[in-house]
Design a protein around this ligand. Structure first.
Ligand code: HAM
Length: 439
């Protein structure tokens, strides 16, 4: 016997019409479509335009963009080689967007490019609730502005998406990482502070002490947290311009009524950040509580070969985590719209007529289904019920002869004869009546 196949661990199928929101994996495609449509609507309001970049990118772009010593690049890339080309399944979309921006000279107009994306990303992490190997991000990049208003707008947009979907967020953490001069100075100060405690550190932090001491600030280990209490603070070490930028950003967020918490220990898992870094959490997610994260990355374009400095800021968010939060918070989502009509036909001639008629009704904009298996009338009625058809249109030999159908209202059970020529109008009128009475 041949074995059947299962999806790869850490990936999942999105199936149609799953009415129960059993977490990200349980949500049906209608839920995903609704969430995506809401995201696009918020992007429209903020005047961000969509960019779609390939899922395959050159490995070097990602390694250089995100940083060799990050977990993503050192441990989590799905990378492979064919011929002389090194490919990676993109683990994030910021570096690809900046690649496209530079490649297509998108900065030539001189303004700010406000771009958004929705799409799959890949990281070989240990799968668990809220953490997948193929997951989906939506996010934005505002490219070409130094101004703290760009940072504030990006954060406001991020919050607006959760607001539009009715998802409660718990904490927006904010920090400034300084610029290319102050950060290395701080790194060194932190290294010197931690060096005497080397033996008290976890293995991971010991490695980070050599390669990337900033990441130790991120630790969840209690002992290390206590150690860090006495460490120099990033915010005290940053340059004056970065500090001013940070103050401006906080003032803009206050103006917009966006609550945040300053967190001097917030650093991010990607190396390209300068100045602003932020992370949005949800209390309903458990261990993987980061809904979204982002910040400013004024040096990334140059790291990727640009001769000019291209200041930019953005965020990205996990769609699975958003859907998990929706589910945990019991947010009601619109279901797949019911059928306007299911055509039930009896006999060859009527079946032919119904198949043809369905096409006309669909052209008129109605959502219509019918049997495709030659099933009995009873089975067809059952299918109409299952698909929650608003009306069932029944046609047999007698109806064909009389040029009329029986239309059954599936809610009231009432059944009336309707002539062929007015069937489309009849169903359309009732559809709009139903829609109006609901609103
Ligand atoms: P990130 O923090 O690595 O940032 O990812 C952003 C979001 O993607 C996370 O907050 C989380 O919701 C989701 N996410 C990440 N990894 C996984 C996973 N394995 N499974 C499920 N969800 C996941 C970035 O990717 C940056 N590019 C953000 C950015 C945009 N910075 C500036 N612009």
């Amino acid at each position: 016997m041949k074995t059947t196949f299962q999806n790869i661990k850490g990936t999942f199928d999105i199936l149609p019409d799953r009415s129960s929101l059993g977490g990200a994996e349980g949500a049906g495609s209608a839920t995903w479509q609704y969430v995506e449509a809401t995201i696009r609507e918020v992007m429209r309001r903020f005047a961000y335009e969509e960019i779609r970049t390939p899922i395959l990118e050159p490995t070097e772009l990602i390694a250089r963009g995100i940083g060799q010593s990050t977990d993503i690049v050192s441990k989590e890339m799905f990378a492979f080689e064919r011929g002389n080309t090194h490919y990676v399944l993109r683990p994030e979309i910021t570096a690809p967007v900046i690649r496209a921006y530079l490649q297509h000279h998108m900065g030539q107009s001189g303004g700010v490019q406000k771009l958004y994306y929705i799409g799959p990303c890949f990281r070989a992490e240990r799968p668990q609730k809220g953490r997948y190997r193929q997951f989906h991000q939506f996010g934005v990049e505002a490219i070409g502005s130094d101004d703290a208003r760009a940072d504030a707008e990006v954060i406001a947009l991020m919050m607006a998406v959760y607001h539009a979907l009715g998802v409660e967020t718990s904490r927006l953490r904010l920090n400034s990482l300084g610029d290319e001069h102050s950060r290395p100075r701080y790194k060194e100060a932190l290294r010197q502070y931690l060096e005497p405690y080397r033996n008290d550190l976890t293995e991971t932090s010991r490695q980070r002490l050599e390669r990337n001491p900033l990441r130790i600030l991120d630790t969840k280990n209690e002992k290390e947290r206590r150690l860090l209490d006495g460490a120099p603070l990033l915010i005290d070490a940053i340059d004056d311009e970065s500090r001013q930028h940070y103050e401006d950003l906080k003032a803009f967020l206050d103006d917009l009524g966006i609550a945040f918490e300053e967190d001097p220990y917030l650093v991010r898992g990607l190396d390209y950040y300068t100045r602003t870094a932020f992370e949005l959490e949800s209390a309903s997610l458990g261990a993987q509580d980061a809904l979204a994260g982002g910040g400013r990355y004024d040096l990334l374009a140059q790291d990727l070969g640009s001769k000019q400095r291209v200041p930019a800021v953005g965020f990205a968010a996990g769609l699975e985590r958003l859907i998990l939060a929706l589910a945990a918070q019991g947010v009601e989502l619109p279901q797949t719209p019911p059928l306007d009509a299911f055509l039930v036909a009896l006999g060859d001639e009527a079946t032919r007529w119904a198949f043809h008629q369905a096409q006309g009704l669909r052209e008129a904009g109605l959502r219509v289904s019918l049997d495709l298996k030659g099933r009995s009338m009873k089975a067809q009625m059952r299918a109409a019920n299952r698909q929650k058809a608003r009306f069932t249109v029944i046609v047999g030999k007698d109806e064909l002869a009389a040029h009329q159908v029986q239309v059954k209202d599936m809610e009231s059970g009432e059944q009336v004869a309707v002539s062929f020529d007015v069937l489309t109008n009849y169903l359309n009128e009732r559809k709009f009546k139903i829609l109006n009475s609901k609103s």
